[in-house]
Every structure is written in structure tokens, then in C-alpha cells.
Design a protein around this ligand. Structure first.
Ligand code: G3P
Ligand code: CA
Length: 261
């Protein structure tokens, strides 16, 4: 009884798997997303880029160097070529080969859609179009999501403000989140533009009474120094969920959702 009561009193802050369960498994892979779907979390976060032949692939960096055994820009590889690239996979994953692949967005939707429909799992798609301006990325992802019939489970985010504006303009019913290094930058954008959530860095929550000032969901994300990725491992700085909630944060993106549940 006491235990149950205690759980209820604790933060209702929502937990998202950032690039999947990316501390335990390679980030932005089907392994990491599959692991995330085993937990009662609010959603998964992922990053998209476009291949040379215009396919949506799920990878964080503009280059493949950090996460695969190859090197070069994502946009210089066709999808077929990207699929050949090897990502060191988790040795304990049953039934998988030694290497994971860069997934397409369709492969992720195929894996996660049943969890969206069954338990309301959300997918935050971050459009990585600030460094490389992938022309047509907005139309393509909107179209793909519509084809899969999972519009209700998608939140689009980007550091590229024009991209967020464009998504809302093309399809006003979509849910968006503005990404920025600080809460004040997110807030400033939200005061001047239609947007559904603030996505600031957890280390720059520089607005007093943030919750009252915005009234929107505030989903905070962390940086690698405090939450490493697989296979690096190392110490993880755990967050004070109650403290974050008190200042207006409603959700966190974390590489270690399993540790908060
Ligand atoms: O969407 C939150 C977070 O993922 C933004 O930063 O660099 O991890 O994509 P990054
Ligand atoms: Ca991201």
C-alpha cells in the first residue's frame, strides 16, 4: 500500500526513449526501438536524414562515420548502399546477426505501429535538416506518415524553425515541437509561431515559472556527456523528475528509459 502511494506521489513526468534504448543498444536501430517498446513509456524519439535516392533513413548524424564502420555523408549513399553499412550490434540480442543496419522510416513504423495502436505509443520524428537542408523532406515525411495511417501518434520536431513552420502550414493538424538549446529560445519561437510543444535542452531551462509561462508540454533532452550512448557506456546522470516537473518540464527524452521505470 505504502509503496503504491509513494509511486503515485512521485513525478508523473513522461518518459521517452531517446533514439530508442540507446544506452543499452545501438542508437536509432530496430534493436533500440524494439527494446523501448517493451517498456510502458510515452514514446520513442528518432532522427531522420535522406539518402542519395531520396529515401528516409533513421540516423542522427549527417555522416555515417560515428555510428557505422564506414565513412561519408548520408546523402552520398543510396539506400541500397546505406543498407550495406555495419553497425556494431548488441552481443546479447537473441536471434540477430553481429551487425545492425541503418533502418528506413518504414521499417521503424512496421515495428512500432502495433504499439502505437495497442498502447498509444508516440513517435517523435526529428527532422535533421539544419546542417543539410534536405529539400522536400517535410512533404515526404508527411506523406509517408499518412500512408501508414499513424498521424495521431506522431510529433514532428526540428532545430530548423522554417521546417517547423512549413510542417504546420502544409498540414495544420500535425503536432510539432520546437527544438532549441534553451527554454527561452523555445518559448520565444512559441510566442510568435504556431507550435504544440517546447523541446529545450535539459541543461538550459533558463525561464522562471516555465510551465505557467508556456502552458505547452515541455519535453527536455539531454546531452551525451551526461547520458552516453551504446557502446561507449559509462556513468549516467539520473534526473530529479520531481524537481523538473516543479519547474514546468512535462517529459524527458532519455537514453536510459529502463532506469526510470
Ligand atoms: O529531440 C531531442 C534531441 O534528440 C535533440 O538533440 O542531438 O540528440 O538529436 P539530438
Ligand atoms: Ca534527436
Amino acid at each position: 500500500m505504502r509503496c503504491l502511494r509513494k509511486r503515485k506521489e512521485l513525478a508523473a513526468l513522461k518518459i521517452w526513449a531517446h533514439r530508442g534504448c540507446s544506452y543499452a543498444y545501438p542508437e536509432n536501430t530496430l534493436q533500440a526501438f524494439e527494446a523501448a517498446c517493451r517498456y510502458p513509456i510515452t514514446g520513442i524519439e528518432l532522427d531522420i536524414q535522406l539518402s542519395k535516392d531520396g529515401k528516409i533513413v533513421v540516423i542522427h548524424d549527417e555522416k555515417v562515420d560515428r555510428t557505422t564502420k564506414a565513412s561519408g555523408r548520408v546523402l552520398d549513399f543510396t539506400l541500397e548502399e546505406l543498407k550495406q553499412l555495419k553497425i556494431e550490434s548488441h552481443p546479447d540480442m537473441e536471434g540477430v546477426t553481429q551487425y545492425a543496419q541503418i533502418p528506413t522510416i518504414e521499417e521503424v513504423f512496421e515495428l512500432v505501429k502495433p504499439h502505437c495502436l495497442k498502447q498509444g505509443m508516440l513517435i517523435n520524428i526529428e527532422l535533421k535538416n539544419s546542417v543539410v537542408r534536405y529539400e522536400g523532406m517535410e512533404e515526404l515525411i508527411l506523406e509517408t506518415v499518412n500512408e501508414w495511417g499513424i498521424q495521431d501518434y506522431i510529433i514532428y520536431s526540428s532545430f530548423n524553425q522554417e521546417s517547423i513552420k512549413m510542417l504546420k502550414k502544409k498540414e495544420p493538424s500535425v503536432k510539432t515541437g520546437i527544438l532549441a538549446a534553451s527554454a527561452s529560445d523555445c518559448l520565444a519561437f512559441s510566442e510568435a509561431n504556431p507550435v504544440d510543444a517546447l523541446h529545450p535542452c535539459i541543461k538550459n531551462l533558463d525561464v522562471e515559472n516555465l510551465g505557467e509561462k508556456t502552458g505547452l508540454p515541455v519535453r527536455a533532452w539531454n546531452i551525451r556527456k551526461y547520458e552516453p550512448f551504446y557502446p561507449d557506456g559509462g556513468e549516467v546522470e539520473m534526473q530529479d523528475l520531481d524537481g523538473l516537473e516543479r519547474i514546468g518540464v512535462t517529459d524527458i527524452f532519455t537514453n536510459v528509459p529502463e532506469r526510470y521505470l
